[in-house]
Design a protein around this ligand. Structure first.
Ligand SMILES: [Zn+2]
Length: 370
């Protein structure tokens, strides 16, 4: 059970904005990590107060909370389940503290050495509809920054490898000591020792690497996949490489149109084929599919081939292939043909008599989306 936000800040439900801000400030100061170094309980309370203030300090969120309670922020609310980290709190409510409190060394957890992370690399991969339908493994060439052979790093003397230096500032609380990122090493606690001649000022070189990317079936144009640790490397013996971000681009298919997990195919048949009925082969994404068209099939009929579409990215089955039947009316006829049709102009067999079950085009479209 989540604690009541008003209880956390110690204010009544009728408290106004300035009272809420004041209450939060009091809690934030009381449990501030710089005043309670290493105290996990205080840190939790500090976070709890920030979470409460993020909602109660915002008129829209407060109104929602008053009406629905914690449920208002569960799930997609952008706030709900997530736990705020210290950097979030400082970036969001920094002004509450009147400045002077340091950030937390930029990257990771408070205190200690920050493990430098290399930057991410980005590439685009073009895929055919067939590749998307079946999943594919792609090999791509990337230019990665890596540490040069023979490079070495040593402990930074400015911060003694701590990655942070202490700073004393005057704040609303009086003199406060706060940690700030070491200006010499940027927080990694290490600086370059031996630099091979071909390396840059951080001891890095650029190398070509072939990376194999497994692309699951069902990806969508614009989707981004992450290949961990295949981005740029970072300097230092404790660094971790960035990631390779792969953006999916879907190539247009000659005959098939994609709509989510479903595929559409325009099938053109001749007048005699429509009258007599015929079997047709269709190139679907998983190979040929044979369909049988009934005698006297109408133009505009849509045949649904279950499961012949694109697999769901979540693995829940596949979409369908919708075959749109188009009867091609000939533009020219020879003499015999012309006579035949002229003879049949008034024939009852040729006069349209749609049955109630023959849905109009608009009804069919409506059905497809419902
Ligand atoms: Zn340093």
């Amino acid at each position: 059970m989540k604690k009541d936000f008003y209880e956390i800040l110690g204010v009544s439900k009728s408290a106004d904005a300035s009272a809420i801000k004041k209450a939060y400030r009091k809690k934030a100061i009381e449990f501030h990590p710089d005043k309670n170094p290493g105290d996990k309980v205080a840190e939790e309370k500090f976070k709890e107060a920030a979470e409460a203030y993020e909602v109660l300090g915002d008129p829209d969120k407060k109104a929602k909370y008053d009406q629905f309670g914690h449920q208002a922020f569960d799930g997609s609310g952008g706030f709900g389940g997530h736990h705020m980290n210290m950097d979030d709190i400082f970036s969001q409510f920094g002004d509450i503290f009147g400045g002077g409190f340091g950030g937390f060394g930029g990257g990771g957890s408070r205190g200690g050495v920050r493990r430098p992370k290399g930057s991410n690399l980005r590439i685009k991969v073009k895929l055919t509809l067939e590749e998307i339908a079946n999943g594919v493994e792609k090999k791509v060439k990337v230019k990665r920054k890596v540490q040069a052979p023979g490079v070495s790093y040593k402990t930074c003397s400015t911060c003694n490898g701590q990655g942070q230096v202490m700073r004393v500032t005057n704040t609303i609380l009086g003199r406060m000591q706060s940690a700030t990122t070491c200006p010499s090493c940027g927080g990694s606690g290490q600086i370059l020792d031996k630099k091979p001649s071909q390396a840059d000022t951080q001891g890095m070189i650029v190398e070509d690497e072939t990376v194999s990317i497994k692309i699951p079936a069902g990806v969508v144009d614009g989707m981004q996949l992450k290949v961990s640790n295949k981005g740029n490397d970072a300097p230092g013996s404790n660094s971790v490489p960035g990631d390779l971000i792969v953006a999916i681009e879907e190539l247009e298919h000659e005959f098939l149109k994609r709509e989510g997990e479903n595929l559409h195919y325009d099938l053109y048949i001749s007048f005699p084929e429509a009258i007599l009925g015929v079997s047709k082969d269709i190139d679907a994404v998983n190979g040929k599919v044979r369909i049988k068209l009934e005698e006297g099939i109408q133009s505009g009929k849509i045949l649904r081939l279950k499961g012949k579409g694109i697999p769901s990215i979540n693995g829940y089955g596949s979409g369908d292939l919708l075959v749109h039947v188009n009867v091609w009316t000939p533009k020219t006829l020879n003499k015999e043909q012309k006579q035949f049709f002229e003879k049949n102009l008034e024939d009852e067999n040729f006069s349209p008599s749609p049955e109630k079950s023959d849905k109009s085009f608009f009804e069919k479209v409506k059905d497809m989306f419902s």
